[in-house]
Design a binder for this molecule. Structure first.
Ligand code: 3HC
Length: 678
């Protein structure tokens, strides 16, 4: 094909010009692509033989958006708005031929074409909100003019994708092409040219908006209040809503100005910087430093799981859902039956909510083989142990697995604290042993810490990371240390939270400060939810901690309606006077002087030591990079994504030097990396 430049080519046959973008990996709208598209449109305008054009992409997808790596850098090339104006005002109809994912600026480009066709697997979305942004190339003005304001506002504030069938029904595309996409699109273009169909310019058509500013005001109000909780703390959703309101209330060009202003405000803010950082950090986390590029992950076609409790069952669901057969082993029939029934119930509940069909439930359950014998795991490619946190039990199991598992199988422990090297030492093949630490509920939470032992083989590590991706997890490599990355830092926060309530803060104050910061819940709400009596027993209780005392007084958390809070039947909570008295008595007994503690101190004392622990994790090489720590906290512990994770926050918001100084004053042992940088 004749090249316009290195990434865009143009070829005209029988009056139809095919503009082809080929810019791997995802045809993002970088400067070269923009320049190439502008050049192609100029060439089309200059060629009177062209009666229609098709815009198609090579590789795995249609344009997947603006080039995010260009954001925040000096502008280069033809501006995107100029390219899109040129496409929309072209003298001949341009047909977007879409495969893969038309996202962000990609969908905005398609919306400037006069017609859109797609293959059956194509997906469409405006995910800018996930980057702390809004569609800044006309998406907030054009999408409502195609699918209506109500559907558009939901799409831009969620970033959700629409499939081809739904897009056809919504009028976002004109046709679904079976067979070769380019050929189908060229045939479509020829047809509209022959029929002399008009140039459909989305900007000129207000008929599908669905109403006027007045008639749609109640819809926008209801949408805001329905989503208030989900949008809390985020700046981008409200800016997106405002732009769709402008699309309804104002002429197109005025609406575009509102979009521009709101886009620039977001773009210059810290939230967008943080969310963009998280996008790349998540992809970076998948990479194993120092791995020989020739290392190929092994195929994992069958999985064994030991333990059918809450964790084991949840872990099993990940694989069953991804189409991988699982053998699940328990010691007693009753526990096995209970575990299998829970998995079935979870799937059935999802099916009842319409997420998938009952047939799908059966298909998933058919991949599950319950067993009472470890011997049945001899053929598994990956075995995950998910039993009680007890080193002796784990060593015993791994000793047995050493005898049973086939050579080359991965032997993984789901331990959340224990020494993976000590577990590995109970086998004759420590190179095959690693940790796979899932987070509860394991079928829902996206985080997976893959714990690399001193002797873990790089190939098996790569395999565990690849399996994580296959089952939809965000996987992070951690080293062997107590609590790995996440729980080790959580312990630093919890220690301070426990001290704060003795020194004068209320549990509800600590929780409020952290939820205001953006966590979904605070440490004491979390303790109540998990159950105060986890790891506690009346026989062994020494009454040494507040928690011991609460349990001794019969306060067990949400499960019995009483903990740091009292809960009513609807699980509404109010601070428990009983718990408060227990805390006061305990503090008095220990001679602790209580004082007023302000919110700022609560925040600093909870978060600064966590950051310090993160820096120590880096000092010791227990995480590959600071951004991996951020990914752990965002995906496993509810750190607000718009604050970029604890290490990002320390670097870009709170300030490393400020934190180091404050920790020094508090008497902490400050990490060298916190002072010197990571
Ligand atoms: N810009 C720059 N690089 C991008 C990119 C983008 N828009 N989208 C993906 N990449 C890069 C990734 O960083 C990754 O690089 P790496 O291999 O060096 O790590 C590579 O492309 C492949 O990406 P994935 O690993 O994510 O590949 P998948 O096949 O799993 O997913 C995808 C493909 C669905 C397109 C996914 O990459 C994605 O969701 N991309 C982001 C889409 C997006 O947010 N678009 C909106 C951008 S903002 C915008 O358009 C503003 C406009 O309104 C003005």
């Amino acid at each position: 094909m004749p090249a316009i430049n290195s990434v865009v080519s143009l070829e005209t046959n029988e009056g139809v010009a095919v503009i082809r973008v080929d810019s791997p990996p995802v045809n993002a709208l970088g400067a070269d692509v923009r320049d190439g598209l502008a050049g192609a449109i100029d060439a089309i305008k200059a060629d009177p033989s062209v009666k229609a054009a098709v815009l198609v992409c090579g590789g795995r997808t249609f344009i997947a958006g603006a080039d995010i790596s260009e954001f925040g850098k000096p502008p280069r090339g033809v501006p995107l708005h100029d390219v899109l104006d040129a496409i929309e005002s072209a003298p001949v109809p341009i047909v977007a031929a879409i495969h893969g994912t038309a996202l962000g600026g990609g969908l905005e480009t398609a919306l400037c074409c006069h017609y859109r066709v797609a293959d059956a697997k194509a997906k469409f979305g405006l995910p800018e909100v996930k980057l702390g942004l809004l569609p800044g190339a006309g998406g907030t003005q054009r999408l409502p003019r195609v699918i209506g304001a109500e559907a558009a506002v939901a799409m831009v504030t969620s970033g959700a994708q629409m499939n081809a069938k739904a897009a056809l029904a919504a009028g976002l595309i004109e046709d679904i092409i079976e067979g070769d996409l380019t050929e189908g699109a060229v045939a479509f273009a020829k047809r509209i040219a022959a029929e002399g169909r008009p140039l459909k310019r989305v900007r000129d058509d207000n008929s599908k908006l669905g109403g006027t500013a007045d008639s749609l005001a109640p819809m926008f109000a209801a949408f805001r209040s329905k989503n208030a909780k989900a949008f809390k703390g985020f700046e981008a959703p409200e800016a997106n809503i405002k732009c769709v309101e402008a699309a309804v209330a104002l002429p197109f060009d005025e609406g575009m100005k509102v979009e521009r202003t709101e886009f620039m405000k977001l773009m210059q803010g810290l939230q967008a910087t943080a969310q963009r950082y998280v996008f790349f950090a998540e992809r970076q986390a998948a990479k194993i430093e120092g791995l020989d590029p020739a290392t190929q992950p092994l195929p994992v076609k069958s999985v064994g799981i030991i333990g059918a409790g809450t964790m084991g069952g949840g872990i099993a669901m990940n694989f069953l859902t991804a189409g991988i057969p699982v053998t699940i082993v328990e010691m007693k029939q009753e526990a096995l039956d209970r575990g299998v029934a829970t998995i079935r119930r979870n799937y059935e509940n999802s099916a009842k909510k319409g997420r998938f069909s009952m047939d799908e439930v059966e298909a998933r359950m058919a991949r599950l083989t319950p067993s009472l014998s470890l011997e049945d795991l001899g053929q598994a490619d990956l075995i995950i142990e998910a039993v009680f946190e007890n080193m002796d039990i784990k060593k015993d199991i791994f000793g047995k697995l050493d005898r049973i598992a086939k050579p080359g199988a991965i032997l993984a422990s789901n331990t959340s604290y224990l020494d993976v090297d000590a577990i590995a030492a109970s086998t004759s093949r420590p190179e095959s042993v690693l940790g796979m630490h899932f987070f509860s509920p394991a079928n829902v939470m996206r985080l997976l810490e893959v714990v690399r032992g001193a002797k873990t083989s790089p190939q098996l590590l790569a395999t565990a990371m690849a399996v994580g991706k296959q089952i939809g997890k965000v996987s992070v490599v951690a080293g062997v240390c107590h609590g790995f990355i996440g729980n080790r830092m959580l312990a630093a926060r919890q220690e301070q939270a426990n001290k704060l309530i003795l020194e004068g803060a209320k549990p509800s104050d600590v929780d409020r400060v952290l939820t205001d910061f953006g966590f979904p819940m605070g440490p004491f709400q979390m303790a109540d939810l998990a159950g105060l009596d986890i790891g506690w027993s009346a026989e062994t209780s020494k009454g040494e901690t507040v928690r011991d005392r609460l349990c001794e007084a019969g306060l067990r958390g949400q499960k019995n309606g009483h903990g740091f809070y009292d809960y009513d039947e609807a699980r509404n909570r109010t601070p428990s006077p009983v718990a408060e008295q227990i805390i006061l008595d305990y503090a008095a007994e220990k001679g602790i002087n209580r004082r007023d503690i302000d919110d700022q101190e609560i925040l600093e004392r909870c978060l600064y030591p966590m950051v310090n622990e993160g820096a120590k994790i880096l000092d010791e090489g227990m995480a590959q990079r600071a951004s991996d720590i951020d990914i752990v906290w965002i995906n496993g512990y509810g750190w607000p994504v718009y604050r970029g994770g604890p290490m990002f926050w320390a670097e870009n918001d709170a300030g490393r030097a400020t934190i180091a100084e404050a920790l020094e004053k508090m008497g902490h042992d400050v990490s060298p990396k916190l002072v010197g940088g990571w």
